[in-house]
Design a protein. Structure first.
Lengths: 251, 325
């Protein structure tokens, strides 16, 4: 088996008496989409926080490409190649779509302490950002402020920003949220191509999308992973059906 | 006309007016008006400094009087020792503005570095209070420091010198202040357009996002805060020379508030916001101050109106919303 790109080992985090994350181990292998599902309150957001660096674990470690990054800040993890999108669109609201992507390219290059040259006259920076925008189909909206973009467009811009970082793995937090069926279908096919660039850890509520995309699925309940396996394994798992899929599929 | 072009036109208009009015006063032999324009220019420089922290970085420093006062005392102390022929820390005094400005900026930058490193770990009201606390420490220190006048302040008997100019003449002092203001504005515009400005403004709007893409908010904000303090420190040295007097009042919390008021009146984060705001403030002080000693009440009403109805200040009112492209 190939070495995992992202390797979570025995992560635990408690808030008071609540064990939000309880001894979670999980790997993300090269080229795969690994989906993380679980009912509301299962601890998905906490786990994403632990991976991204927003939350410090009580125990366990996070390894990226074999390197222990548990002690690193959010910004330092991002610089090492952890590309994260947010559950609630989190862009720079007053910046145009283009400038949002340009900022991400600038961040990837690590050159933010440049004081004199105007960014808008930085051709390579602009051109690269423009190319990424057209990949996600937002080129016609390049000069529109992020705050004015539609919900679906903002989700696409989130992906464009993650792409601009050329990360070693993508951490996508509910990218389908609120997209509608057509938008979801477009994003599903886009994620199929995105996986060729870097593996994706996908937290998603949309079961259809998860079953179509994921190579492996992990099911999180009360902070613990109760099962990890292929789509068929998870569909067949009695425990998973009882705690999670039962309510979802009957609805 | 799009709002970017409107803003450039407005800026050019303000810059021209600030030059034309004292020029007229020079012809009409009205030195008082030249000195007023000089005061506007120097206050505007101080506010351009604050505008980097507050306008670009969203750091509401309620303690920028500290840097103004630091610059002022550097000018005062240097002149004091030059006048009496004594030394300070083994160094002779000087009556030359250029070395005074350099020392004022280095010292202000260093102090801003310490204040920023300690206060930028907080945000919101805590940041405001910590910056205020540091400025108050400076205020009470100067108040109880008898070597340089204590609460009586320190006079500068002869205005410090600048090569090629006779700084004792109001017009020369104005031209010098105007040139420094333009330089400060150019620096502000360059910083804002550069990668550094892109990162700093992004952090103001969404620090979590900035961190998630690998831009560490703390470092960028700290550098912005240091540059901000340095420019305000430079303005302090010039202010002391203009009034030929420096006192603890320069470090008072009301002075920090005044700088914030200037920026809000003119337009937060706007290039010419500090210039417009300083002109409004000084204008009020002169016109309404002549009519009533309660002119600050009327200024307060205008401020209230700006905050309620014209968030972009004067520049925003006339040129529309800021365009960040």
């Amino acid at each position: 088996m190939a070495d995992p790109v992202l390797d979570l080992r025995g992560l635990s985090k408690a808030f008071g008496a609540l064990k939000a994350t309880d001894d979670v181990s999980l790997t993300l292998l090269p080229g795969e989409i690994h989906a993380l599902i679980g009912p509301n309150g299962a601890g998905k957001s906490t786990l994403m926080g632990l991976v991204s660096g927003k939350i410090t674990p009580d125990a366990g470690e996070v390894r990226l490409g074999g390197q222990d990054i548990t002690a690193l800040s959010v910004a330092n993890r991002a610089r090492l190649g952890l590309g994260r999108s947010f559950q609630v669109s989190s862009l720079i609201p007053e910046y145009s779509a283009l400038r949002n992507v340009m900022l991400a390219v600038q961040a990837r290059q690590g050159h933010s302490y440049r004081f004199l040259k105007p960014v808008m006259r930085d051709r390579p920076l602009r051109d690269e950002a423009r190319a990424i925008l057209s990949r996600v189909g937002l080129d016609s909206r390049a000069s529109v402020e992020a705050a004015v973009l539609s919900h679906g467009e903002r989700r696409l811009l989130e992906i464009a920003v993650a792409l601009a970082l050329k990360p070693r793995c993508f951490l996508l937090d509910e990218p389908m949220a609120g997209l509608g069926s057509e938008g979801t279908a477009r994003l599903v096919s886009f994620l199929q191509t995105l996986r060729q660039e870097a593996p994706i850890l996908l937290v998603e509520h949309d079961m259809d999308a998860v079953f179509r995309l994921a190579d492996r699925i992990s099911v999180l309940v009360y902070g613990r992973i109760i099962a990890t396996g292929s789509v068929d394994d998870i569909r067949a798992n009695a425990q998973v059906r009882a705690v999670y899929l039962g309510e979802e599929t009957s609805a | 006309m799009d709002s970017t072009r409107k803003e450039w036109l407005l800026n050019a208009l303000i810059a021209t007016a600030l030059l034309a009015v004292p020029l007229w006063a020079l012809m009409a032999n009205e030195p008082f008006i030249i000195t007023l324009a000089t005061r506007i220019a120097i206050l505007a420089i101080a506010a351009v400094g604050l505008n980097i922290a507050l306008g670009l970085g969203g750091m509401v420093s309620f303690g920028h009087a500290l840097y103004l006062g630091l610059g002022g005392y550097v000018a005062g102390i240097a002149a004091h020792h030059a006048f009496s022929g004594t030394t300070v820390l083994g160094l002779p005094g000087t009556n030359q503005m250029l070395p005074i400005w350099a020392i004022a900026m280095i010292l202000s930058g260093a102090v801003a570095g310490v204040v920023g490193a300690l206060s930028l770990r907080t945000s919101g009201i805590f940041f405001i209070m910590i910056t205020l606390a540091f400025a108050q420490m400076g205020f009470f220190f100067t108040l109880s420091w008898p070597a340089y006048g204590g609460e009586d302040g320190l006079p500068i008997f002869v205005r410090n010198q600048f090569p090629g100019l006779n700084t004792a003449r109001p017009w020369d002092m104005f031209l010098l202040s105007y040139a420094v203001l333009i330089a400060a504005l150019i620096l502000f515009a360059m910083l804002r357009a550069a990668r550094f400005g892109a990162a700093l403004m992004a952090i103001r709007q969404n620090p979590d996002r900035a961190a998630a893409i690998g831009i560490s908010p703390f470092g960028i904000k700290l550098v912005g805060f240091i540059i901000s303090g340095m420019i305000t420190g430079l303005a302090g040295a010039m202010m002391a020379d203009l009034t030929r007097f420096v006192s603890p009042a320069m470090l008072a919390w009301t002075m920090s508030g005044e700088l914030i008021v200037i920026i809000i009146l003119g337009g937060v984060g706007r290039l010419f916001g500090p210039v417009a705001g300083a002109a409004i403030l000084v204008g009020f002080e002169v016109f309404f101050g002549g009519l009533t000693e309660h002119w600050k009440l009327w200024l307060g009403l205008v401020l209230l109106g700006v905050v309620l109805f014209a968030r972009g200040g004067l520049i925003g009112l006339l040129a529309g919303r800021a365009q960040n492209g």
